[in-house]
Design a protein around this ligand. Structure first.
Ligand code: WT7
Length: 660
């Protein structure tokens, strides 16, 4: 609630400078409104025109939007294209020498690759994939550190029409296994190790572990990029000659030309797993044509992309941000972008600012959680670097608190750069609500107004639009090209989860929001049991399942509580099978065991910050866990709610006073 209060009181407004407005791709509110009006007047025609102008088609489409099987929408369905062609080949004639990627390794070593060479490497690797029998429609898992190779792997899959599913390198073997089996992948692309913060962290062993968990018989190839020196990786790293092959051996002798596989606009480009409130992670399936259109338009509208920009999105390719604004959007625009292997705090908290200075970054896009941690570790550090190349800043992943926004604006952007606070989701594929920086004034903490053609609004439980300060559910009324097409293997979950009956066919985003008197959107948080920890989505259910899978645990309930840097911290209430620990030392030890267990089961990002043991959990007589009470306890709040429906009210006292 504290965040809702603080944003409600925010009244500062920042107009774009005349200079910025003059050079902007969409200039002034009139420019923005003209685009919105065009979309209003002929919705399908608006998108069709943009799709013709923006994408290169092998076979032009004749149909724009097909809603006949709602909510399974189709866009440009009879058109054919290839995403990798649109990201690489397209630039070969005009700018083959232009740097595509400036890669900075954890240790500071810089490698640059131009469009010609990136194209050659993607083709060569694509031929390598084909030599393993990988074909259009096959699923390929990518479990890699941030690297040029990760981008090459994604582009190569797109080139041959294989559907990639990138799994964040911080996820555990078990999470990896879940995704391999759900996607029924035939290949895994990985690395021997990843370098982060000066440490070598083995990666391939997690793949071996995942494959050993069973049900992965369809995996015939594990392609291993050699990142570490052979002697720095665990010497006992297993090598299974049946399916393991080094990346450098795979591409050896392969041609650097590879005719793209022309696919229908609706052909799935990728599946990306994300957390929901219940059940297993969902495989969000994206299209080729509509997705790439959204990526490119948002590069132009929101990032005001110009050919001379040096673009840097700090997200890992394991998240959707790293798909749209690292692997696809910038390349499709022909941009020069920075790709960074390491972490913002190594060797010190000046790393980002030093890289902006060295690479003359113009457009910088990062997460509020990173901003908050850098304020804490060195709020004055940006002033030691020359950040004059910057012209635009962006944030994504969670609401940014106005104080962090002001620091970002003044200390990093030197009160010169607009900030685009971009609201979107894994499911939307690209920005949905965000400023067009040369068009609209910005307000700290607000993601401002929907992109042209995005018909967003706020409704109550009945699906009626609301216009007051209290807000309601954020919905998008009309289908849009870049949206999720289905949940892989579970169309029912897609339909019920995002298009529940009472929402009248609107897309239900899962966030609450309100609008101010200027119509600006302010995101208030999730309406479901999804936590936002360091901007990453974690389902409470997933963490609870991981806890209950431990032989010591009988029951668990997980809630979030506000955290200065991470946004939300994870608090777990646990009932053990045996007796509750009697003394603080045993309690602390058990808590540590379980925290490590969760980190190992899901990944370090899911590790609970706090574990409290109880003889039971607060439940209604029908057996439902009352999470709002647990939330109040975790936050140290007085419980003012009615507890009369509680089966066991005494349990609240016990949970309030944990053994310490
Ligand atoms: C959820 C989606 C979109 C890429 C990264 C996260 C929250 C995202 C903002 C923002 C307030 C935001 C929402 C959304 N969120 N951006 N600018 N302001 N909240 O993708 O993991 O799919 O999470 O992130 O709650 O629903 P994701």
């Amino acid at each position: 609630m504290s965040n809702i209060e603080s944003v409600l009181n925010e009244t500062r407004v920042f107009e774009p400078s005349a200079e910025f407005v003059k050079q902007a791709n969409v200039s002034g509110m009139a420019g923005y409104q003209a685009l919105c009006k065009a979309a209003e007047q002929d919705y399908a025609g608006f998108w069709a025109k943009l799709a013709r102008e923006t994408l290169q088609w092998k076979k032009p489409f004749t149909k724009s939007l097909n809603e006949s099987n709602a909510p399974f929408f189709k866009w440009f369905e009879d058109g054919e294209l290839n995403v990798s062609y649109n990201c690489l080949d397209k630039h070969l004639a005009g700018q083959p020498e232009k740097t595509a990627i400036i890669f900075e390794a954890d240790d500071g070593k810089v490698t640059k690759i131009n469009y010609r060479d990136l194209h050659a490497r993607a083709c060569q690797f694509a031929n390598g994939l084909k030599s393993r029998g990988i074909r259009k429609g096959d699923r390929v898992i990518i479990y890699m550190p941030m690297s040029i190779e990760a981008v090459v792997a994604m582009q190569a899959c797109a080139r041959i029409g294989a559907i990639h599913s990138v799994v964040f390198g911080g996820f555990s073997a078990r999470s990896l296994h879940e995704r391999i089996t759900d996607a029924q992948a035939c290949a895994v692309i990985t690395a021997d190790a990843q370098m982060r913060g000066g440490k070598v962290m083995p990666l391939k062993p997690a793949v071996d572990e995942a494959l050993a968990m069973g049900g992965c018989e369809m995996v015939h190839s594990v392609i291993v990029y050699q990142r570490a020196k052979p002697d720095t990786v665990r010497p006992d790293t297993a090598w299974n000659a049946q399916h393991d092959i080094w990346w450098h051996d795979l591409v050896l002798g392969q041609s650097t030309a590879c005719e793209p596989e022309w696919v229908g606009a609706e052909h799935p480009l990728f599946i990306l797993y994300t957390s929901g409130s219940t059940g297993r992670p969902k495989g969000v399936q994206h299209s080729s044509g509509g997705y790439l259109l959204g990526a490119m338009l948002s590069m132009q509208w929101v990032f005001d992309y110009k050919a001379g920009d040096i673009f840097w999105c700090t997200a890992d390719v394991g998240w959707v941000t790293g798909h749209t604004y690292v692997a696809y959007g910038p390349l499709a625009m022909g941009a020069t972008q920075v790709v960074f292997e390491g972490i913002p705090t190594y060797p010190d908290a000046g790393r980002f600012w030093k890289m902006i200075q060295n690479h003359k970054v113009t457009t910088f896009y990062t997460a509020p959680t990173a901003i908050r941690s850098l304020i804490k570790l060195g709020g004055e550090l940006p002033r030691q670097y020359d950040l004059s190349s910057l012209r635009l800043l962006g944030t994504v992943g969670e609401p940014i608190n106005p104080e962090a926004w002001m620091w970002y604006y003044n200390t990093v952007g030197q009160a010169r750069c607009p900030i685009v606070d971009t609201w979107w989701q894994t499911e939307t594929g690209c920005h949905m609500i965000a400023p067009l920086p040369g068009a609209m004034p910005i307000k700290p903490g607000s993601c401002t107004l929907p992109l042209p053609g995005i018909i967003a609004t706020i409704v109550n439980e009945a699906g009626d639009e609301v216009h007051d300060q209290h807000g309601g559910f954020l919905v998008i009324k009309r289908p849009f090209p870049s949206q999720i097409r289905t949940i892989w293997g579970d169309p029912e979950r897609y339909k019920n989860g995002y298009f529940p009956e009472e929402m009248r066919g609107y897309y239900l985003a899962g966030d609450s929001a309100h609008r101010d008197e200027d119509g600006y959107f302010w995101i208030m948080g999730r309406i479901d049991d999804v936590l936002k920890v360091s901007g990453h989505r974690l389902g409470t259910m997933e963490i609870e399942s991981a806890l209950v899978a431990n032989p010591l645990v009988a029951e668990a309930a997980v809630v979030g509580k506000p955290h200065d840097i991470k946004g939300e911290a994870i608090v777990a209430f646990v009932v053990l099978k045996g007796a509750r620990p009697a003394d603080p030392a045993t309690s602390a030890q058990l808590a540590e065991t379980l925290r490590t267990w969760v980190a190992k089961t899901i990944g370090p990002i899911a590790k609970p910050d706090e574990i409290r043991f109880g003889d039971n959990l607060p439940k209604t007589r029908s057996g439902k866990i009352m999470r709002r009470l647990l939330r109040a306890i975790a936050n140290g709040e007085e419980i003012s709610q009615d507890v009369s429906t509680l089966e066991n009210p005494a349990i609240l006292e016990q949970l309030k006073n944990p053994v310490r």
